[in-house]
Design a binder for this molecule. Structure first.
Ligand SMILES: Nc1ncnc2c1ncn2[C@@H]1O[C@H](COP(=O)(O)OP(=O)(O)OP(=O)(O)O)[C@@H](O)[C@H]1O
Ligand SMILES: [Zn+2]
Length: 648
């Protein structure tokens, strides 16, 4: 396995070992098992000796406690040297050694055995987390078959260079991003785009590392080296995101930095005050103080948020949603308004000409639009090509942002403008344009030397899943709004069909102003295709870029969809809210258990054993609760062609 692809694994390791103030078991599971067995053996011997020779029991238990706690005392010492004096190991060591003089050695021996069992279980939970989160890292084969001078050769993927020819047999995983140069097959890209159905691909199509080849045999020319393939980059981004701290986690880290010292002071007071001031029993109050000390470990709390955030980010990635930071995930849960760009986001972005009015309108319009990238321009040029009309040459073409384009054709000034920018038109023309716009079409007016010559209407179909995805967002209580540069009537017509509000006639700068204004009402999610709307995505509380894994979309926005599907928007918010609930539940578990046992300890109702069980139990519960997210979250399943939603 290429080292570059191991980041998701590292991130999972972070989840498991994040607990700086908690139980970090550096030695791994095997070490944990050995320490546990050692503690059990020591306890058994101590109990055996005491049973055979009751007069030796004090010594047996005392010695046993010292022996079995030794590995943890060592860890405590190492951590203290690293500037972390209040680790759980410190607390356990102090509690166990403190138990010996007050004749609680028998219990102390059991406490160490239970503690090491807890560590072992925690290690197991963490290992489950790792195997759940590292799926991305497992996607890439370590070897590839290439063709050199007509000969097949099996090579390590790290040695694959751009331009190499890979041979991919049926059922193989593709080793590097590339382009098909021979053969065709159905490819399962589920791992990269979350797309559940195999996609038919043939010569010229791009294939991605990690995809599974169907029945066909392919020859693929490598276009990216293994470490910069889409899947490797996704892995890197996910790992980076998991390594970020979310606001809640920062808060808890601050909290625990004074919580543990405070608990130690409390324990000291419990040990000293009642005996000194009220004539309490030294042994009783020391015992209670030691119990409080064990309960003082904040490990479960420290782990509560990062475990949920990291799992949430990994779960999102599995569903084709890239969430760039813990902060973005937390904010996503609070979104109140979702604003969408129209062209290319809610619509497919490939409008087609539906109506043409006036003599030679198409030819002259196509002359000005040739070479322009605006979707309207492309539609007009495509229509001229389709009808094979003779398109004259245009010179001096300039684009008027948000209005249209002008140029010189045959010595005349030709302008193709939106109706709003075109100035006053005759009542007849205005009425027919009005009707086209109400039907959701975008109209371009052709002016020659400033006079109306004709107009062209284009229509951009809404994406298949736009309507149900918007409905799902509305059902989540989110206000949905279209922000468009297009005519208000056109925007309204399209938006009404989708069940959302529309604001049209917005120049790019107006869009930013609108987003700023909306932000004063509620956190705003801006959804765009990542192409011309980077400023809008950056201005909103959160920017979400659609796109089939385009570089721009993946690298810039706070959230990027790998699948070019609007369903990703409600799915991302649903997942973020679920993650927030998990965080909340984790904090309640961690704090609640500690509080209950703290009170019980002060009143002497609980003992050292239950205190240690409560501590490790809380840590394990919190880890598994976070993992539940990964096991239970289902992205909305959508059938190709017909749109069937499972849940909102
Ligand atoms: N090259 C062009 N040819 C014809 N009309 C154009 C051209 N460029 C812009 N327009 C007109 O100006 C309007 C606004 O353009 P702008 O690029 O700001 O918005 P848009 O990207 O089309 O729409 P949206 O904001 O909904 O994605 C378009 O709806 C269209 O009517
Ligand atoms: Zn703990």
């Amino acid at each position: 396995m290429n080292r570059d692809h191991n980041h998701p694994d590292d991130a999972a390791n972070n989840v498991a070992h994040h607990d700086d103030d908690g139980h970090a078991h550096g030695g791994g599971e095997e070490m944990g098992l050995r320490i546990f067995l050692f503690a059990c053996a020591v306890a058994a011997v101590a109990y055996g000796v005491s049973w055979l020779r009751p007069e030796w029991s004090r010594w047996a238990y005392g010695l046993g406690a010292v022996l079995s706690v030794a590995p943890f005392a060592r860890t405590a010492f190492v951590k203290a040297l690293k500037g972390r004096p209040f680790s759980i190991e410190t607390l356990v060591t102090v509690a166990v050694l403190g138990a010996i003089p007050i004749d609680a050695g028998a219990e102390a021996v059991v406490v160490v055995a239970l503690f090491s069992l807890g560590e072992l279980l925690e290690g197991f939970a963490a290992a489950r987390a790792r195997s759940g989160l590292s799926t991305l890292a497992k996607l890439l084969p370590s070897q590839a078959v290439i063709e050199v001078d007509g000969e097949r050769r099996t090579v390590d993927v790290t040695t694959l260079s751009i331009g190499a020819i890979m041979l991919v047999s049926a059922g193989d995983r593709i080793a590097a991003d590339g382009r098909i140069i021979n053969g065709s097959s159905a490819l399962d890209d589920a791992a990269i785009t979350g797309e559940s159905r195999p996609v038919d691909k043939s010569v010229g199509a791009d294939v991605y590392a990690g995809s599974i080849n169907g029945d066909g045999t392919l020859k693929v020319e490598v276009t990216k080296d293994a470490s910069s393939s889409v899947v490797a980059r996704i892995g890197d981004l996910v790992a980076q995101a998991q390594a970020t701290t979310a606001p809640t986690a920062r808060f808890i880290d601050n909290f625990s930095s004074w919580y543990t010292p405070a608990a130690i002071i409390l324990a000291t007071l419990i040990a000293l005050v009642p005996p000194l001031a009220f004539g309490g029993e030294w042994a009783t109050w020391t015992y209670r103080a030691l119990t409080v000390l064990l309960i003082a470990c904040p490990c479960a709390l420290v782990l509560s948020t990062p475990a949920a955030i990291a799992t949430g980010i990994a779960t999102a990635a599995r569903s084709g949603i890239l969430i760039k930071s813990g902060e973005a995930l937390e904010q996503l849960a609070k979104i109140g308004i979702a604003a969408f760009d129209k062209t290319g986001t809610l619509t497919r972005g490939h409008p087609v000409v539906t109506d043409v009015a006036g003599e030679n309108t198409l030819e002259i319009a196509a002359a000005v639009e040739t070479g322009l990238t605006h979707p309207v321009a492309k539609a007009i040029v495509a229509e001229a090509e389709r009808l094979k009309v003779a398109v004259p040459k245009a010179t001096d073409v300039t684009i008027k942002q948000g209005e249209g384009a002008v140029g010189m054709v045959g010595g005349k000034q030709v302008a193709l403008f939106s109706p709003r920018a075109a100035g006053s038109l005759s009542a007849d023309v205005a009425a027919s344009i009005d009707a086209l716009e109400r039907a959701g079409k975008t109209v371009a007016v052709l002016l020659v030397d400033g006079k109306y010559l004709g107009h062209i209407a284009v229509r951009d179909e809404a994406r298949e899943d736009a309507k149900p995805a918007i409905a799902a967002l509305n059902a989540l209580g989110i206000r949905t709004l279209m922000l468009s540069g297009d005519n208000q009537r056109t925007a309204t017509a399209v938006a009404e069909g989708l069940g959302m509000e529309a604001e049209g006639e917005l120049m790019p700068a107006d869009k930013l102003k609108r987003i700023e204004a909306l932000k004063t009402e509620a956190p705003v999610l801006m959804v765009g295709d990542g192409v011309n709307d980077a400023p809008a995505l950056a201005t909103a509380t959160l920017g979400l870029a659609m796109g089939g894994g385009t570089d721009v979309a993946i690298e810039t926005a706070d959230v990027g969809l790998l699948k070019d599907r609007l369903w990703g928007v409600p799915d991302a918010i649903r997942l973020a809210r679920k993650t927030r609930k998990t965080i909340f539940a984790n904090i309640v578990i961690a704090v609640g258990l500690k509080l209950v046992f703290l009170v019980l300890a002060v009143f002497g109702i609980t003992n050292l054993w239950t205190a240690i069980i409560a501590d490790t139990g809380a840590t394990i519960l919190v880890t598994f609760n976070a993992l539940l997210l990964f096991w239970t979250f289902q992205p909305t399943a959508v059938d190709e062609g017909s749109v069937a939603s499972t849940e909102a």
